[in-house]
Design a binder for this molecule. Sequence first.
Ligand SMILES: Cc1ncc(C[n+]2csc(CCOP(=O)(O)OP(=O)(O)O)c2C)c(N)n1
Length: 376
Amino acid sequence: MEAELLIQEFKRHGIGPYIEVPCSLLAPLISGLLNDPSCEVVNPVNEAVAMGIAAGAYMATRRIPMVLVQNSGFCNTLNCLTSLNQIYHIPAVYLISWRGEPGTKDAPEHEVMGSRLERILEVFDVYYRILTESGYKDEIAAVINLAKDRRSPAALLLPKGLLSSAPAVSPDSPFALTKGMAVDIILNACGRKACLVTTNGLISREVFNRLSEKHLEEEHAPFYMLGSMGHALSVALGIGKGLEDNRRVVVIDGDGGCLMHLGSMASAAGAGGSKLIHVVLDNGCYASTGGQPTVSCGVDFCKVALGCGYKSSQRIDSANALREAFPVVLKQPGPVLVHVLINRVEGKGRCRISDQYSCSQIRDRFMKQLQNHSGW
Ligand SMILES: Cc1ncc(C[n+]2csc(CCOP(=O)(O)OP(=O)(O)O)c2C)c(N)n1
């Protein structure tokens, strides 16, 4: 069905603002909302922040806000749900994309949450309805009316395949560097001198594909994160603290992933992450879920890093500058931030890591590399 039909229904019920953290299943709906000047769309850095904004918006406007999240991100909202909305009786309508729904084929990071989503909603006493093409008007009305009457959050679940796909987002960007080129330069400079942690989505996939093409994948065996968006830096910090040798830990993050838990930069510096090289590949969007904008254009990551206590930071927007800088950066004391401005062009035909390795295999291959070097 067309996302527009859902949007018309939300408007009829006076819903707003729409506070969204994207998922590829939500992409058609989010692009419809962004293209509709009568819909106010807010772009928070994570799902918990979305809940805070929604609660404030309700108190100021008395309208029911909508929080659009992936089911993985729904769990990020549980603290707000239980210790904000449910104790102050502040309503909201969640629109939750249902990744990993039993009986559908999906990526491994969605398996646990996908199979437990309904039970989790029941445990947290969140009334929900599953959206269908034939019954969506009633389902939307039931959820919104309950949120209003009980003054509590209630949820609409969006199953895979319900919405027709969204038009592609234009890859316009002033920068010449592609994600693939930046990854290539970083991998060449690192060689065996560093271990790699890569953030979820297309960045992990790009690293995997580039290494595989050069038959270097076995040798590097990075820790590819498939889920837990925003936590690559923390994982890398733990690794760096545990390593006894002088290898660097290079974490390849995205602007969306970095912003999602920006506070971990303060932890990285505060905990003395001297081996950390934190690369942020900034394309200004969530490319992995359809190119929705992040708020990175207003963020000076270099200043944030220095403000958090990183030892140094630099902003790079060309292949030559990255080629020159990275070997030097690898010798500097960390944490170091390298903010790389890239365009939105993605490599074609990138295969999924999970088609080749299970999560346990990713972990084991990575740990084998670290063997005999750790001692927390
Ligand atoms: C908690 C959570 N919320 C949302 C998602 C959906 N998601 C997967 S990848 C991604 C975008 C990552 O953006 P960025 O780090 O900027 O990298 P890019 O996709 O641009 O390469 C999103 C939103 C998720 N996996 N987890």
